[in-house]
Design a protein around this ligand. Structure first.
Ligand code: ATP
Length: 386
């Protein structure tokens, strides 16, 4: 029974049934499916949000879809229409699928990637990439360690600062610049320490830890990143601060992943490490992310548009569903809404339950489940309150 009624200002509505009367909060969600499997996995995440609305009578999501991406660029001449950008700014949160398509590129040969534009335009400086091992998945690393850490990628500068720019001199020279600024580094490092302070539980060795991943032994820019990290770390005692070089880090993520809690790093390093991290816990199909700033939050799977499987209805929707879960967690924190936090936990439990049953493993996880079957299983688990 739909028991919602009487819309009130500022997204609050009165909702009632025989037993109780509670205020309903409606969140405006701008949904951008993008290209390729973005559409397929987004459909499942929206089903799960629908199940959350039924399970939590005080929550509702006014989702509205907007175009962006390579196909949009082909059809309209822009990969990020003004109306989409305006809707992203007006929403309480943005749920993004994936964008880009082989063969549809900008004149310089680079991909069409509105998500990177959005990071800059909305100042989404914190790329939050949880790396979590879900029970039930085929072990990737020997000993099947219970991996659970977060890669925090600086999202607006670093080597990506050159994106859309850089320099090309004739046919023989091309240059991109790596940009590290003090304010950009300070804010991402502070974020890392805040995150380490509130993450549930500590490492196997009982220590809360932030690891600065850099290449300070070679590059001025990276030595500067590390120096600013150390300065901020000194102001924030109680959480262990340590360093690792990027090359060694790729080894440690495979050989001793249980040591890690929060890793903070430059933009391109974070991009690469997050795919490696995803590989250690089952692959891109189970790796969500959040691109978060001080005003806006955009949530999308770590994967791309997967052109090789797009349209086959076999894409794994878990990363998109977990991105919606991160969106609810963020709304819970920023809007101080415990119902959102509870809903995020409900999705997490439902995903755990779903992945524990191999019937619901898609091809990337070694199974044969279809995209929609996985989404339906998560919906059922949310409904049951598993
Ligand atoms: P981008 O640079 O846009 O992140 P990419 O080049 O890293 O994209 P993806 O599109 O992420 O590439 O695909 C990499 C591989 O992972 C492909 O083989 C793809 O099929 C697979 N893959 C990605 N996402 C999923 C998913 N949700 N389910 C199943 N397989 C996936």
């Amino acid at each position: 029974m739909d028991n919602r009624s009487s819309v009130a200002p500022s997204g609050l509505r009165l909702c009632s049934d025989e037993q109780e009367r509670v205020f309903m909060t409606t969140y405006r969600i701008t949904v951008v499916p993008g290209d390729g499997i973005g559409h397929e996995v987004m459909a499942e995440a929206r089903k799960v949000l629908g199940a959350v609305e039924n399970a939590f009578p005080g929550l509702s999501f006014a989702c509205q879809e907007f175009p962006a991406g390579a196909k949009c660029c082909q059809e309209t001449g822009t990969d990020l229409p003004e109306a989409t950008l305006a809707a992203c700014k007006a929403a309480d949160a943005i749920l993004f699928g994936a964008a880009g398509w082989p063969g549809l590129t900008l004149p310089d040969g680079t991909d069409i990637r509105p998500q990177i534009k959005l990071r800059k335009l909305l100042d989404l400086y914190a790329g939050v990439r949880p790396i979590k091992r879900y029970a039930g998945l085929r072990p990737v690393l020997a000993g099947d360690p219970a991996i659970d850490y977060v890669i925090l990628r600086e999202n607006t500068e670093g080597l990506f600062a050159s994106e859309g720019g850089g320099a090309r001199v004739g046919e023989h020279v091309a240059v991109d610049s790596l940009v590290i600024t003090r304010p950009g580094t300070e804010r991402i490092v502070r974020w890392a320490f805040r995150l380490a302070g509130r993450r549930p539980g500590a490492r196997a060795d009982g220590v809360r830890r932030v690891t600065c991943v850099d290449k300070a032994n070679v590059f001025q820019s990276m030595a500067f990143f590390r120096r600013v990290f150390d300065e901020v770390a000194r102001e924030l005692p109680g959480i262990q601060a340590e360093h690792a070089h990027i090359d060694a880090m790729t080894l440690f993520m495979v050989t001793r992943p249980l040591r890690y809690d929060v890793l903070v790093t430059e933009n391109l390093f974070g991009d690469i490490l997050s795919d490696l991290g995803a590989g250690t816990v089952g692959g891109l199909g189970v790796a969500p992310s959040g691109d978060i700033g001080d005003t806006y939050g955009l949530f999308q799977p770590s994967h791309g548009t997967a052109p090789d499987i797009a349209g086959k209805r076999i894409a794994n929707p878990i990363a998109q569903i977990l991105s919606a879960r991160m969106m609810l967690e963020w709304l819970g924190e920023t809007k101080d809404d415990p119902q959102c936090a509870q809903a995020a936990q409900a999705i997490e439990r439902a995903v755990e339950k779903t992945l524990a049953d191999r019937t619901y493993h898609t091809a990337d996880l070694g199974g044969s489940a279809k995209t929609a079957a996985v989404g339906d299983a998560v919906v059922k688990a949310v409904r049951r309150g598993d």
